[in-house]
Design a protein around this ligand. Structure first.
Ligand code: SAH
Length: 470
């Protein structure tokens, strides 16, 4: 290890910053945030520093640097564009045994300033020891997305409760369990929603009547590519205690679930239910009533042909608190990865999501409305009924040669897109791997030009090149 990480308390300590330009302004901002007694040495100041000086955020000595400026200093930062001056500051500070940093000049630093993620009072600091600052920055961006902005508030509330919790729960293991449960459970969810007083009530309840309330979170996993999961969805998966998932959820996404969570497949396929909806509902209620954080992970979006509404109604009836994290629904994801824009100013002014799998004796679709031109139909669970769909649409007036696309395993490595005309839909539907989405409308033809993902892309490029030559 080349550097010892430290968090330094600079409140009421003199920190000298030499330089008045934009680089110095960036350092000043951080030092002001950390409440240092800041002294800026520079004949002139940039506009940002001027504005801050007017608000008395630091002392400004409008002079050229002299070593006397370092008297009583705790830390020194040199941020001028004069290399010689920076070097002088470095040697002066070293002689006086004061920590010194010359911005962007690692050999002239006795300390370096890390990249930080500020969720005060929680602060994450990252450093590559000056070897790869861009890598450290990328890492910071990654962590930044993973840490909710509510983290600071959560730590602040926890700080206030720490003493009380210690007095009430005298056993250390019990305390550990209490905080783990709070930071990954309902308390955390309430803070994230900005309901701070309810969050504190939850802590209180948890402290005096532990393990009483679980919760249900519906999470949309998207159509397959794990990159399409939302950041919030990822965070929820990483704090789940029980995950009930569909067969549509990809392996890649299941990999992201917290290691020690119970993962239970409640997958169902049309007509071949492995776990009935009633059994799934019963599992949700059972685990939530055990005080667990239950995540119901669904393919696509939970509210689009996902029975999310029904499951929430069950939770509402049982008095279980719930939340919903939306996902990218199959039509949006698969169409994007197939290069089929669902609307297009020249071809389609509206888009309708329909299901090809209706309940027995359920409502018939409004074929007359669906058969009108200038619109796109995205048909879920439609491959089995492809013959009927094309027959009805044509009978009610949609042209036989309307372009169609069948997108199998959309957004996944195995994605396969088959295109053709409406009157060929039945055959096309048999050629795409399940799960598959049917797109009916002029936009489907754009796949030929706009395909960008998956193995068929090269075929198409090659075919168009051949066509062009011919
Ligand atoms: N809630 C899901 C839909 C569930 S219904 C969502 O919002 O996407 C199941 C149907 O979704 C499948 O029969 C298929 O038509 C479609 N589907 C789901 N994932 C798909 C994928 N990766 N590619 C194409 N279609 C998909």
């Amino acid at each position: 290890m080349d550097y010892l990480p430290l968090f330094v308390d600079v409140r009421t300590r003199k920190v000298v910053l030499i330089g008045g330009g934009v680089v110095a302004a960036r350092k000043a901002e951080l030092l002001i945030k950390a409440q240092a007694d800041l002294v800026v040495i520079s004949p002139t100041l940039c506009t940002q520093l001027q504005a801050e000086h007017q608000q008395n955020k630091f002392v400004w000595l409008a002079e050229d640097y002299q070593s006397i400026h370092l008297d009583d200093a705790f830390l020194v930062i040199a941020a001028t564009d004069d290399a010689l001056l920076n070097e002088t500051v470095f040697y002066d500070a070293n002689e006086r045994k004061i920590f010194v940093n010359v911005v962007d000049d690692q050999p002239l630093c006795s300390f370096i300033v890390p990249s930080i993620i500020d969720r005060s009072p929680v602060i994450v600091a990252i450093s590559s020891g000056g070897t790869a600052p861009v890598l450290a920055r990328l890492l910071r961006e990654k962590l930044e997305t993973m840490l909710p902005t509510s983290l600071g508030k959560m730590a602040e509330i926890a700080g206030r409760w720490r003493h009380k919790v210690k007095e009430t729960l005298t056993n250390m293991r019990e305390r550990k369990r209490f905080w783990e449960k709070s930071f990954s459970g309902r308390f955390a969810s309430l803070v994230e929603k900005g309901q701070f007083s309810e969050a504190e009530q939850q802590l209180e309840r948890q402290l005096y009547e532990p393990d009483n309330h679980g919760e249900l979170i519906l999470v949309g996993a998207g159509p397959g590519d794990a990159g399409l999961l939302t950041l919030k969805g990822l965070r929820v998966l990483q704090s789940a205690e029980v995950v009930l998932y569909d067969h549509l959820v990809s392996e890649e996404i299941l990999e992201l679930v917290r290691r020690d969570a119970d993962k239970i497949c409640v997958g169902k396929r049309a007509g071949n239910h492995s776990v009935s909806q009633e059994e799934t509902n019963a599992l949700i209620v059972k685990f939530a009533q055990q005080g667990k954080k239950v995540v119901r992970l669904k393919g696509g979006d939970p509210f689009v042909f996902g029975r999310g509404g029904e499951e929430l109604q069950v939770a509402a009836q049982a008095g279980i608190p719930f939340q919903v994290v939306p996902g990218v629904t199959a039509a949006i994801g698969a169409a994007a990865y197939a290069g089929v824009p669902l609307t297009h100013r020249e071809h389609s002014q509206s888009i309708t999501f329909i299901t090809g799998h209706c309940r027995e004796n359920g409502m018939e679709l409004d074929w007359q409305a669906l058969a009108r031109g200038n619109q796109t139909l995205a048909i879920y669970m439609g491959t089995v009924k492809a013959a009927k769909i094309s027959e009805q649409l044509i009978q009610f007036g949609r042209a036989e040669n309307t372009p169609v696309a069948v997108i199998g395993c959309g957004t996944r490595r195995e994605q396969k897109v088959v295109t053709g005309k409406l009157d060929e839909l039945e055959v096309l539907a048999q050629q795409a791997p399940a799960p598959a989405l049917i797109v009916v409308g002029e936009v489907a033809a754009l796949h030929q030009q706009l395909a960008w993902f998956g193995s068929q892309t090269e075929d198409i490029r090659w075919r168009s090149a051949v066509l062009e030559l011919a």
